[in-house]
Design a protein around this ligand. Structure first.
Ligand SMILES: *Cc1c(COP(=O)(O)O)cnc(C)c1O
Length: 735
């Protein structure tokens, strides 16, 4: 038997060789290497393999159609970009029209349908064959995996570079005092080196808003060319490419505006022989924002000293440190982990949880309620490491959606240890919960009973029901988190509850065995809870088949050190003597998780405006919405404690919403750009409410093991793929 002939006689052999060679390049690369070098090596290999005089690889900014990196050999960057774009537009690898070279072939690089870039090769002497085209697509498959491997490294390198550059500009400002001219000269010299620019010019506007005096670094352009460049630059409010002045060959010019609060301070112009990429723009943007705030800062210093507004000032000293979260020397720790070192590894913003604190808090509740079932309220934090540890330590789960039941089961919960509550359960959710054998259904209206009865009948089971009773008491808490008063949407009134219990025989598939109450969260005293329990007992007394009381959660947590609040033991002392004849369930959420978590953020910028110092963090309402949603207070403290006079600062996030502000007039020691800050007591109702608003990426969650030293990322940071995961392909724009 003979094999059918291969379509191209030596395709296999040649393909294997090429694949192997590309693989070798990739294998010598590790995360510390410079990704660009790998692609230079790949391009060299391809040129040799195809005997091409020149070639290029263009890589796109992730998720965008803008080039991030251009590797060119033998042709100019501009030509490389044009040809690679042509290769990306083509529907299949092929020969590309090119007026400058006799023969050009190119191929789009894609991974799972996503365009990553393109590569092209050019020859002067000999046409490319069908075999060459075939080999090029073999190479493409290798190159795309190399790109993926390089991306992590790439991101790290970009980010490190960006941070270093920002620090550098910041230091320039601090060193220069109030000499504006000297600051601009140093800045120009620095960006000249950073971007390998042949020309750097800065011009600040004069009193009429026209380009003023220039600060120039680099190659000598005639004065009228410079004036024309700045006129062009000045017409643009954002990044832009500028027309090359006459008499200059082979150069590209771009400009970045210096704008603060809508006021144009001036422009920066950069020129060099090679193209600027998307990441150059981004870096330049960050540096210019640093420069313009530095200029404003200087001018303000010269004009008038900034007075501190006299308002209610809360100090860093009122931060509720705990055994797990505290300074050791001047470094903020979660257990034995230094947060500055952790942030360097995982980036910011990031949530960090102490599993030891979670365990300690659970044990404190267990000690206060030794004979009760404790169901952790997963809605306050559904991190898998936290759920798993609590389940292993003997907690049940209080779920308010089928999704939470799913997460609980995934973390190891037995269905019978799950309580399913919620004011609007769908039929689908109820079906799921009944079929999985969930332990308790806390129901909130009669139709829900009817639905569960039907589902249970079909399924052949008899689920346990607790009626959520609205005791009509006013809890001492914020109005948005009180749930047990007459006007709340939660629970059933006494009349409705009695009505349902009186005709329980109509629902033969249900076992009515419990009364459930939950009057609110962060309860300021025990009296409303005690009252509510007494009401529930009065109701239960008339129905002897009720054997279980679920008293909900709500145990409060101190968000300030000075706050004094009842402990679980205080609640227990009031409640336990009343309920001796019943099985008790408690559903703590906040108490277990809140003070076990911190949100780490970095200071992006500092602005002086309206007599205030505004600190802009890289975390905002998309990571932690409690301050904006409930006017909640969270202590914000520096990760590295510094000496110095306290001054009031306003701390805001980066989201495009005025409400995106964490705190006003917080007294802090001197804060600098790049500093790490920790937002305390954010383990509950923090990450679970994070959103993708502004197309921001939800932060990673890091859990520190109970041993206090080992940490792991239990949820990674989202990436752009996560942003488009649910999109359908039809609407995706392609080159
Ligand atoms: C939210 C909630 C809890 C948990 O409340 P915490 O204040 O976090 O303890 C408990 N039970 C029910 C029904 C809830 O909705």
């Amino acid at each position: 038997m003979t094999n059918p002939p291969a379509p191209y006689p030596d395709a296999q052999d040649d393909g294997l060789k090429l694949t192997f060679a590309l693989d070798q390049i990739r294998d010598t690369f590790d995360e510390r290497s410079e990704p660009r070098e790998m692609f230079v090596a790949i391009l060299d290999l391809l040129r040799t393999h195809f005997a091409a005089e020149a070639g290029a690889i263009v890589l796109l900014e992730e998720g965008m159609d803008e080039p991030d990196t251009i590797i060119n050999n033998g042709i100019s960057q501009g030509e490389a970009l044009d040809l690679c774009r042509a290769a990306m537009r083509a529907t299949e690898p092929g020969i590309i029209d090119n007026p400058y070279w006799a023969y050009t072939m190119g191929n789009e690089i894609t991974l799972r349908g996503q365009p990553l870039g393109a590569m092209i090769l050019v020859r002067q002497s000999e046409p490319f064959t069908t075999h060459d085209l075939h080999m090029l697509s073999v190479a493409e498959k290798q190159v795309d995996s190399a790109i993926i491997q390089a991306r992590t490294a790439w991101k790290l390198i970009h980010r490190t570079r960006e941070l270093e550059a920002i620090y550098h500009v910041d230091r320039l400002r601090d060193e220069t005092g109030s000499n504006e001219r000297s600051l601009l000269e140093k800045f120009a010299a620095y960006v000249g080196t950073l971007f390998s620019a042949d020309f750097v010019g800065i011009s600040l506007t004069d009193a009429d808003g026209a380009p003023g005096e220039f600060v120039i670094n680099g190659r000598g352009l005639p004065d009228d060319s410079i004036a024309r460049l700045f006129e062009q630059a000045h017409g643009h409010a954002s990044f832009s490419g500028l027309a090359t002045p006459t008499g200059v060959t082979e150069a590209v010019f771009i400009s970045a505006p210096l704008i603060t609060h809508g006021i144009r301070l001036g422009s920066v112009v950069l020129g060099r022989e090679s193209l600027f990429t998307r990441s150059d723009y981004r870096l330049m943007d960050a540096l210019c924002s640093q420069l313009d705030t530095a200029i404003v800062h200087m001018r303000q210093l010269q004009a008038q000293p900034v007075d501190a507004p006299a308002t209610d000032l809360s100090s860093v000293d009122d931060a509720p440190f705990t055994q797990s979260i505290r300074y050791v020397s001047d470094a903020l720790h979660v257990d034995d982990v230094r947060l500055d070192l952790l942030a360097n590894e995982v980036g910011t913003p990031a949530y960090v949880y102490s599993l030891k604190a979670i365990r300690d808090n659970f044990q404190a509740l267990r000690a206060a309620f030794p004979d009760s079932r404790i169901h952790f309220s997963a809605k306050c934090n559904n991190n898998p490491a936290i759920l798993r540890q609590l389940i292993e330590d003997g907690a049940g789960i209080d779920a308010v959606s089928a999704g939470e039941i799913h997460l609980a089961r995934r973390a190891g919960a037995h269905s019978e240890d799950v309580v399913f509550a919620g004011v609007g359960k769908t039929v689908g959710e109820l079906y799921y919960a009944v079929s999985r054998g969930v332990g308790w259904f806390n129901i909130e209206n009669e139709s829900e009973a009817a639905t569960i009865n039907v589902i249970a009948g079909e399924h052949g089971s008899r689920p346990r029901i607790a009626i959520r009773f609205n005791p009509e008491v006013q809890a001492n808490t914020h109005k948005h988190i009180a749930t047990g008063h007459t006007y709340a949407k939660f629970g059933m009134t006494e009349q409705a509850a009695r009505g349902l219990l009186d005709k329980k025989e109509s629902y033969p598939n249900l076992r009515f065995e419990g009364i459930h109450i939950h009057i609110g969260s962060q309860l300021g005293d025990t009296s409303a809870t005690t009252q509510a329990v007494q009401q529930a007992l009065r109701l239960a007394h008339d129905y002897p088949f009720i054997r279980t009381l679920d008293i909900g959660g709500g145990f409060p947590v101190a968000y300030r050190a000075s706050q004094s609040l009842p402990a679980p033991a205080d609640f227990a002392a009031q409640i336990l003597p009343l309920v001796r004849d019943y099985t008790l369930i408690v559903e703590p959420g906040r108490y277990i998780a809140a003070n076990a978590g911190v949100l780490l953020a970095r200071v992006l910028y500092i602005k002086h405006q309206g007599g205030r110092q505004i600190v802009i963090l890289d975390a905002g309402m998309t990571e932690l919405i409690r301050p904006m949603l409930y006017q909640a207070h969270h202590a914000i403290v520096p990760v590295t404690r510094r000496d110095g006079p306290l001054s009031p600062v306003t701390i805001v996030g980066p989201v495009c919403e005025s409400t995106d502000q964490f705190a006003e007039d917080v007294l802090l020691p001197p804060v600098q750009v790049g500093d790490l800050m920790a937002i305390l007591t954010t383990g509950a109702y923090g990450s679970v409410m994070a959103s993708n608003y502004n197309a921001r990426l939800r932060p990673p969650e890091i859990a520190i093991d109970p041993d206090g030293t080992k940490w792991r990322v239990t949820r990674r940071r989202e990436n752009w793929d996560d942003l488009v995961r649910t999109d359908l392909r039809d609407d995706t724009y392609r080159l």
